[in-house]
Write a protein that binds this ligand. Sequence first.
Ligand code: UD1
Length: 438
Amino acid sequence: MDKLLIAGGVPLAGEIAISGAKNAALPLLCAALLTREPVTFTNVPHLNDIGTMLRLLAQMGVKVNRENSKIPAGTQSVGAGDALKEVPLGDTVTLDASGLNNAVAPYEMVKTMRASILVLGPLLARAGEARVSLPGGCAIGARPVDQHIKGLTAMGAEIAVEQGYVHAKAARLKGARLFTDMVTVTGTENLMMAACLAQGETVIENAAREPEVVDLANCLVAMGARISGAGGDVIRIHGVEVLHGATHRIMPDRIETGTYLCAAAATGGEVRLTGTSSAYLDAVIDKLMDTGCEVISERDAIRLKAPPRLTATSIRTAPYPAFPTDMQAQFMAINAVAEGTAVIRETIFENRFMHAVELIRLGADIRIDGNTAFVKGVPKLDGATVMATDLRASASLVIAGLVAQGETLIERIYHLDRGYEGLESKLAALGARVRRVK
Ligand code: UD1
């Protein structure tokens, strides 16, 4: 299993390009199931989760064509050397679901990636039937999909959970008024996709307002869907008979953007991130400014300059536009070395502090009480061997390793490969001393 070796203590400096958003790409690829015509996506990030989704779609009979058109991420930077060659190519993906012949998402695939549940709505709407394995829990919490099932049932689907699979049937879904018990991102996306081909109007109340939901809605509209209100908490979808092909550019990854901003902040660095926008990151940028960082938004780029030492800043995670749970771990890392004490409250997932114990191994002073972490900043961290437990926890360990004195070895970095394109090469382009150890 690959490990990441980081020699800390170098302030990050320079410029890198941000990749397309994983969490936008995953539902978008599933949207291609809704039409017989080819759909082309550009700015598709090269990530293990994307590979898993493409394999899942391929075994359903979807033709997948991936073109090697991408300029390696981070090329604008100097000094990256050979590291850039590691960045894989292929950012344009065309999916042709005209030959869809197997509406099944098997356990072996779903268990490696919970977002596989996103095929449920589109499959049911297009094929009238779907068998999708229940995702089960994961490291950060139970993460049930009851709201997806409740919504589709309200649209007239007959749903049975048998042998670990959701088996759903509906000759044609019917528009309905849907209300989710909590704000769910993939739940909103699944129901919005299903509603596109339903008979009549669907209204999703308490909808997720995440920018990735809006990106999906924009693509669906380009495919002929009639959707209004995406980005707000009430989305209206007027079902149509068929959707057609389209070409869609995937939005920049706001969590990748935020992660590099945090890495630069924690190391006292100065970076410019291109191909991204602060428009999706208000809550995160606000907090970075509270720590004393100077953040300048350009049209398609963000610049950050960190002070010699950061000031602690408290956060509370909540659905968009509030502070994202996917940035919580990274902020724990920067607070670990800030001046003062921060209170971090996690309200979305019940078990999302596993990085805390690893940060403590690097010398951080953190106390956990239920869903609240108290982080007292220390002047320095010391390198050690740590273990990555989930995607964003891994990112926080990378940030801590970049700050720590001496060497930090991060084990189980397959989590990082799920969600950060070309991580080592991008960090190297910013001057970090980082190496993948096989
Ligand atoms: C998405 C993101 C993930 C992010 C999360 C919260 C993708 C592929 N993943 O995950 O990176 O951390 O949003 O911003 O976009 N819940 C239920 N029942 C349901 C659905 C959700 O109880 O049917 C609960 C979850 O357990 C969780 C909360 O609702 O506590 C929010 O989860 P949700 O927004 O659905 O997360 P995902 O869409 O899985």
